[in-house]
Design a protein around this ligand. Structure first.
Ligand code: C5P
Length: 207
């Protein structure tokens, strides 16, 4: 069984995908981490003319070992860098096989990202599109960071999320839209447990 979970930044898709993977005993891939790892690899070249070619080379050289430094990968600034490398078609192409191979493993998988239901796994058995309003998303991300001891400037974080949403929505190579056959789940007024129950109910009904 392949479950595709898409949605904007901090919508809760990662937590829900991890919860679904646990519930069904499936491996889980947070595909945002791949873009984040590429962004991090070229962080010091952000303003260079060679940014694009460096990002393509980093994407082509990416392996699972680059996904270990979770603290650096999940930093808010890394998310902005990720959205900058994600607009490069060759970067997306270089990351395609990694994601596709993960999805087509023997047990199936849960993948979360932006284009799983539209581009990576258009054949997924169940597709979920997770939404939540941007203030709720900012507040959740702020609490996640604070729980890790990171000091948070909520105003700056809100703008980082909006900047990322705008770039993601305009990404011509992205496929960042709700697949026609995806089930919409708005988590604005849900806690984690209630959202996971709702997601499981959608999966059960779809199977
Ligand atoms: O999901 P997360 O917020 O960690 O993703 C970071 C960035 O990586 C997104 O803002 C988006 O630009 C990019 N991304 C993507 N395609 C995916 C997952 C993430 O372009 N499947």
């Amino acid at each position: 069984m392949i479950i595709a979970v898409d949605g904007p930044a901090a919508s809760g898709k990662g937590t829900l995908a991890a919860g679904l993977a646990r519930h069904y005993g499936l491996p889980h891939l947070d595909t945002g981490l791949l873009y984040r790892a590429v962004g991090l690899a070229v962080a010091d070249k952000a303003d260079d003319p060679g940014f694009e070619s460096a990002a393509i080379a980093a994407a082509q050289a990416l392996d699972a070992g680059h996904l270990d430094d979770l603290a650096a990968l999940t930093a808010a600034e890394t998310g902005v860098l990720a959205s900058k490398v994600a607009v490069i078609a060759e970067v997306r192409a270089a990351l395609f096989d990694f994601q596709r191979n993960f999805a087509t493993g023997p047990d199936g998988a849960v993948l979360d990202g932006r284009d799983i239901g539209t581009r990576i796994c258009p054949d997924a058995d169940v597709k979920l599109f997770i939404q939540a309003d941007s203030k709720a998303r900012m507040e959740r991300r702020a609490r996640q960071l604070e729980a890790r001891g990171v000091a948070v400037d909520r105003y700056a974080l809100f703008h980082q999320i909006e900047e990322r949403d705008a770039r993601d929505m305009l990404n011509p190579h992205g496929g960042f839209y709700q697949a026609e056959d995806a089930h919409l789940l708005d988590t604005t007024h849900f806690g984690i447990e209630a959202a996971l129950r709702a997601a499981i109910a959608i999966v059960e009904k779809a199977m």
